[in-house]
Every structure is written in structure tokens, then in C-alpha cells.
Design a protein around this ligand. Structure first.
Ligand code: ADP
Length: 658
């Protein structure tokens, strides 16, 4: 207790064991009727020596402490006690910014209430708006304490007066917090009964306020540089962890964890898949839902690829520029992956750029579920997110390249084993028949001419089988040559104007001939050819077209294990000529119908999988497209497949041989 009987306890924490209420809140609400505070000449009692002493010791204390929260807390509770203030508020200009040299400087950002005791939220919002409007500028010019004796009646506080009354204070002393002539904030002392300050008190308080401003600035600078140091440690740690794995799933998992440590509590990663311009969501994780667990993007949370320009993610994808949102409504509108009940209070979208290319987008955001405790992301998080994304993108790209390389290697291995199988089968057959031929030739000489004739007939069959197997080898070699031509861009076609129906018919006849030779009448396949009109001229490479038709016919047979009719149609339309090959075979599911034209692709579920290299349709597609045409499939499992080749009447390739 002080001499005048009022409570001067320096730290109210010990008073009743509870911490004083310290409010932090954002400014920015509009308050139209702002009035300047004017300086009033304070008179009355001289400064008490113990006040001076206490102030000096607080200053010394403040200067030693670099924790901004504690500095402010110490400041307002001690001042409140020392000057018997009923309420206290510290209002600061918010931001610290990096300067050009990479250091930190004070930024004149929005005004916030950094700490307060005994002031209502409503009052704080109004006073912040009041300061924000113009009072801060006035105080910056004045650079002196301002005292208002009757805050409830003073006409200059018009607009705040009724609120002041409601709040219950009479007088207020505003001390500017100056750092090198810059107003970094104010310290307000409120008294419920009119309190008159002596000029000595005011002078001392002003000196003290300047000291305090210095301490606050130092503490904030220290805090900011510590945070930056921590951020950069976390960033380099994140980069190290990202590069510790080449497994895409693991890399993504690490990115999610790092991003939730440094940025928002939830993360969504979008990746541009090869050959597309859209970004597909591939990971969603949130600490809020289940800490540390990675959930695959659920159908509820959108799986649809984002188009460039679509929402926040699409805009970042398109422009390569980060996107920052703090309005809940804007966030909901700009994202398909946040839900209204999550009450996301901030979101940052940054591009994932690797080797100069945008390979995706990282969206980090804060789900609050309505809680005030989840601090929104700030502008500074954008820079942080960008740095994190730069490291993440390289790691993602490396993992993708590595996985692609592994896939390619697997495909090559499979290809090699397939090719050896494909070569071995005809070679074994050739070898066997050749051996038989040799044996029979041995026994043929001593025979009677009539007997010789019979044996010769059998020998002819052997040579035919050998011939077919040689054809098979030849077409295999052709396939390999075509692949190498396609891969090196050297596929050359000799397009000529030629009759089409006879080309198709030739291939059907060859096929039938092969069946006869194979002496495999167990499974019956019939071919049916219909041409409208019966003679159709077209601009094609006859050799290439023959190969494509042969491939379609042999697939139709191969994938109709129970036999059936293979219907072939050649039809001249108004702009194009169509060749369709329809079978009654096993068909294929819808999701693989595009993929069967890919290199090495074979439908997993197909029984004849081991037979064939998965190259026929890939080559066919290139050959048909080389002739300016298209090839497509329609198929239904268990019903059959229909392949359609469309060839334009006007040749795409001007290189026509006449
Ligand atoms: P291959 O026949 O040598 O495996 P293709 O490129 O010709 O290679 O065909 C690729 C895959 O497409 C086949 O393995 C098969 O799974 C599927 N396919 C092709 N044609 C048919 C068809 N007519 N019916 C059902 N599936 C087919």
C-alpha cells in the first residue's frame, strides 16, 4: 500500500493469484467521429521520489528483458500500480519488415492493441479505429503526452464520449512511445476519478515511455530475428528431410509435416501430371483432424484436377505467383477443398517450382472450427511458404524422375523377357520342323516314287510352317524397327492414292490362310467383310495400313478365345473413310480403353497377356496418325470390341506418290 492508502502493488499477479486480463486485438474497424486529443496543462502535486525510483528500476528491468510479451506485461502492470491507474492500454503499430540489406526495420503497419488491462473489447475496437483514423498522425506530430481531464464530456472526444462513460473512466493520459522520433505506439493510462498529474510526473512518464519504447522495439526486433533464425533452421531442416528420400509418398509426407510445423495446420498438395496442364490433388493432411496422419484425398474433399486460373490454386498455377487470403468467405469461394464448418481463417497458395517449371501448388491453411486460438497466417508466411515450396518442389521432382526411371527400367526388363519369349517360340518351332525335314529327307531317297510323293506332301507342310514362323519373326523385327523409328521421330510413310478394300481383303485372306496352315480348327473364327461402296480410293501408305489391319485382325482373334465372327467394314463417309474391326471377344473395361494405345500396355486381366509385346496398337496409332487419321476403340467386357480407323479424304501429308 502507498502512503495515500491506495493499492500500489507493483505486480497485480500476486494480488489474488490470478493473472491480469491482457487483451490482444486487431484494429481496423471504422470509427467516423474521430477527434484529436489536445494537450492539457497538467498541474498539481510534485513527483514522489519512490515513483521516480520505481520508474527507473522498471526501465532497467525492461531493458534486460527481450521477450516482447513479458516486456509489455511488466510495463502495464507496474505503471498501473505506480500511478494508481484503473485501466491501461498499449497500442502499437504492428509490423516489422525486412529491409533491403536483409536486416529488420520497423514498419508503420496497422495499429493493434498489444496489451491492455481492464478495457472492454468494444472500447478497444473504437479506440483503435480512432487512432487509426488520424489521431496517430496527430500524435506523431505532437510527440508529447496528452492529458484529457474529463473524457466523458470533452467535446473533442465526441463519438467516444458515451463509450467512455460506459467504460467508466474520467481522465486519460496518452503517452507517445517514440523510437528515434518515430511514433511506434502509445501508452494510455485511464482513471475512473479525475487524476491530475504534476508536470514532473508527466516529464518523468515521458522519459519512461521513451525508455519503454526502446525496450519494446528491441524486444520485438529480437523476437523477430529469433523467429527468422528458427524459421531458417526449420527450412534447412525441412530441405534436408525432403532430400533424404526418393520415394514420392515419403517425400510428400515429409512436406506435409514440415509445412504444418512452419505454416498452417492443414495442407493440400496439387501436382501437374505429365502431359496435362491441370493440377491434380494428391495429398491432403490436417493436424486438426488427426495429427501426423496422411490421408489420401478423399472423394468428399475433391479429386477433380484444377484448371489453370480456377480459384486460388488455379491462379497460382497459371501465374506462378503466391496467393494469400484472410477472409473466410473469399477462402470458401476460392477453394473447393475447404468446408464452411472448418472456418478456415487464412490460406496461402504457393507454386511448386522445380528447374524453372511450375510442377504444382502447395496450399497451406488454418482450420479453426470457430476457435479464436488459431492465429491466422500472416503475410510473412507467404515468403516462408515460398521458400518451403522451392525445397519441396525439387524433392518432388527428383522423386518423380527417379520413380519414372524405375518404371522405365521395369518396362525395359519386362520388354526384354517378352522379346526373348517372342523370339524363342518361332525359333523353337523352326528348329523342330527343320529337324523333321532333315530326318524325312534321309528316309525319302530309298522309297518308291509313289511313296516319295506322299512323304513330299508332308514335307511341304513343314516348309510352310517354317515359312509362317519366319514371317512371325520378320513382323517382330518390323515392330522393333518401327518402335525405334517412332522414338527417334524417323517414322516415314509413303502415302499414295490406292484402292483400300482390296488391301483389307488381302489381310483377311492371309489370316485365313494362316489358320489353315496352323491346322487349328478347334476354335472357329469367321471373317466377314462388307464394303460400301465396293471400291474405295484412299490416300494411305499401303504397307503401313496392311500392318495396322493385320494387327487388329490378329488381336480380334487372340482376344476371342471362344471363337466367333470378326466383322470387318470399310465405308466411305462424307469426309472420311472408316475401317472397323469388330469382334465378339472378351472386351475390356472402360478405364483401360485409352491406355491400350500406350507403349507396352497390356490389360492386366487378359488371359493371353504373356502373348505379345503390347506394342501393336501403339505402333498402329502412330502409323494411322502419320496418315492424318485416327484410331479408337469401343469395348464392353464379355461382349467384344470394335476398333475404328478414320482416314480423311484429303491427305494430311502432302507427300503423295503418284
Ligand atoms: P499385344 O496384342 O501385343 O499385347 P497390342 O498393343 O496390340 O499388344 O494390344 C494391347 C492390349 O490391348 C492387349 O494386350 C489387350 O490387353 C488389349 N486388346 C487389344 N485388342 C483387343 C481386343 N480386340 N479385345 C480385347 N482386348 C484387346
Amino acid at each position: 500500500m502507498s502512503q495515500d492508502g491506495r493499492d500500489t502493488q507493483a505486480n497485480p499477479v500476486s494480488e489474488d493469484g490470478r493473472k491480469p486480463e491482457i487483451k490482444h486485438m486487431e484494429g481496423g474497424r471504422t470509427f467516423n467521429e474521430a477527434h484529436r486529443l489536445e494537450e492539457l496543462a497538467p498541474v498539481q502535486s510534485a513527483l514522489r521520489p519512490e515513483q521516480a525510483e520505481a520508474l527507473l528500476s522498471i526501465s532497467a528491468l525492461l531493458n534486460r528483458d527481450l521477450n516482447p510479451g513479458r516486456v509489455l506485461y511488466g510495463l502495464i502492470s507496474q505503471i498501473k500500480a505506480l500511478f494508481h491507474a484503473d485501466r491501461v492500454g498499449v497500442f502499437l503499430r504492428q509490423n516489422l519488415m525486412a529491409d533491403n540489406e536483409g536486416g529488420l526495420k520497423l514498419d508503420l503497419g496497422p495499429i493493434v492493441c498489444a496489451a491492455s488491462l481492464g478495457l472492454s473489447d468494444e472500447y478497444l475496437a473504437a479506440i483503435i479505429a480512432f487512432y487509426e483514423n488520424k489521431e496517430f498522425r496527430h500524435l506523431q506530430n505532437l510527440r508529447r503526452p496528452v492529458y484529457i481531464a474529463n473524457a466523458q464530456a470533452d467535446a473533442r472526444l465526441n463519438g467516444l464520449r458515451s463509450l467512455n462513460k460506459q467504460e467508466g473512466f474520467q481522465s486519460v493520459l496518452t503517452l507517445p512511445l517514440l523510437n528515434r522520433e518515430n511514433l511506434i505506439g502509445v501508452l494510455d493510462l485511464y482513471h475512473d476519478q479525475a487524476r491530475v498529474y504534476s508536470s514532473d510526473e508527466i516529464r518523468l512518464l515521458a522519459i519512461f515511455a521513451n525508455q519503454a519504447a526502446l525496450s519494446i522495439t528491441n524486444a520485438r526486433l529480437y523476437e523477430e530475428s529469433r523467429r527468422r533464425e528458427l524459421d531458417s533452421t526449420r527450412l534447412s531442416e525441412a530441405g534436408r528431410i525432403f532430400n533424404s528420400s526418393l520415394k514420392l509418398r515419403e517425400v510428400l509426407h515429409n512436406i506435409a509435416l514440415a509445412s504444418m510445423k512452419i505454416l498452417g495446420n492443414s495442407v493440400m498438395i496439387f501436382i501437374v501430371q505429365d502431359g496435362t496442364v491441370t493440377a491434380t490433388p494428391i495429398l491432403w493432411d490436417s493436424e486438426i483432424e488427426a495429427p501426423g496422419t496422411i490421408k489420401k484425398v478423399s472423394p468428399l474433399r475433391t479429386t477433380h484436377p484444377i484448371q489453370p486460373g480456377e480459384g486460388a490454386v488455379g491462379k497460382t498455377l497459371q501465374s506462378g505467383v503466391p496467393f494469400f487470403l484472410t477472409e473466410r468467405r473469399d477462402i470458401l469461394k476460392a477453394t473447393a477443398f475447404t468446408r464452411p464448418d472448418e472456418e478456415v481463417n487464412s490460406l496461402v497458395c504457393v507454386p511448386l517450382k522445380a528447374y524453372g517449371k511450375t510442377i504444382g501448388v502447395l496450399a497451406s491453411y488454418q482450420i479453426t472450427y470457430g476457435s479464436d486460438e488459431v492465429e491466422p497466417l500472416e503475410k510473412r508466411h507467404m515468403a516462408l511458404a515460398t521458400q518451403l515450396a522451392d525445397r519441396a518442389a525439387i524433392a518432388i521432382q527428383n522423386a518423380r524422375l527417379y520413380e519414372a526411371e524405375k518404371r522405365e527400367q521395369r518396362a525395359k526388363d519386362e520388354f526384354l523377357s517378352l522379346i526373348s519369349h517372342e523370339l524363342r517360340t518361332p525359333l523353337t518351332s523352326i528348329k523342330g520342323y527343320n529337324h523333321l525335314l532333315y530326318k524325312r529327307l534321309d528316309i525319302i531317297t530309298p522309297l518308291e516314287p509313289e511313296e516319295q510323293f506322299k512323304v513330299m506332301d508332308g514335307l511341304r507342310h513343314y516348309t510352310e510352317v517354317i515359312g509362317t514362323q519366319i514371317d512371325r519373326l520378320q513382323s517382330l523385327v518390323e515392330e522393333l524397327t518401327s518402335i525405334s523409328h517412332i522414338e527417334t521421330g524417323k517414322l516415314e510413310l509413303k502415302i499414295t492414292n490406292i484402292e483400300l478394300v482390296s488391301i483389307v481383303q488381302d489381310q483377311i485372306e492371309r489370316m485365313e490362310q494362316e489358320f489353315k496352315l496352323a491346322r487349328q480348327p478347334r476354335i472357329r473364327h469367321q471373317f466377314e467383310l462388307k464394303a460400301v461402296p465396293q471400291i474405295i480410293q484412299a490416300n494411305v501408305d499401303p504397307m503401313a495400313l496392311s500392318r495396322v489391319v493385320r494387327n487388329l485382325l490378329s488381336n480380334a482373334v487372340k482376344f476371342s478365345p471362344k471363337g466367333g465372327v470378326v466383322r470387318v467394314r470399310v465405308q466411305r463417309g462424307s469426309d472420311e473413310t472408316y475401317i472397323t474391326v469388330q469382334d465378339e471377344g472378351i472386351g475390356m473395361p472402360l478405364d483401360v480403353q485409352e491406355r491400350i494405345f500406350e507403349r507396352f500396355y497390356k490389360v492386366n486381366s487378359h488371359p493371353n497377356r504373356a502373348n505379345g509385346l503390347g506394342l501393336g496398337l501403339y505402333i498402329s496409332k502412330h502409323l494411322i496418325e502419320g496418315m492424318g487419321g485416327r484410331i479408337k476403340v469401343e469395348s464392353s467386357e464379355g461382349v467384344g470390341s470394335t476398333f475404328t480407323i478414320s482416314l480423311p479424304h484429303i491427305p494430311a501429308n502432302p507427300k503423295i506418290e503418284t
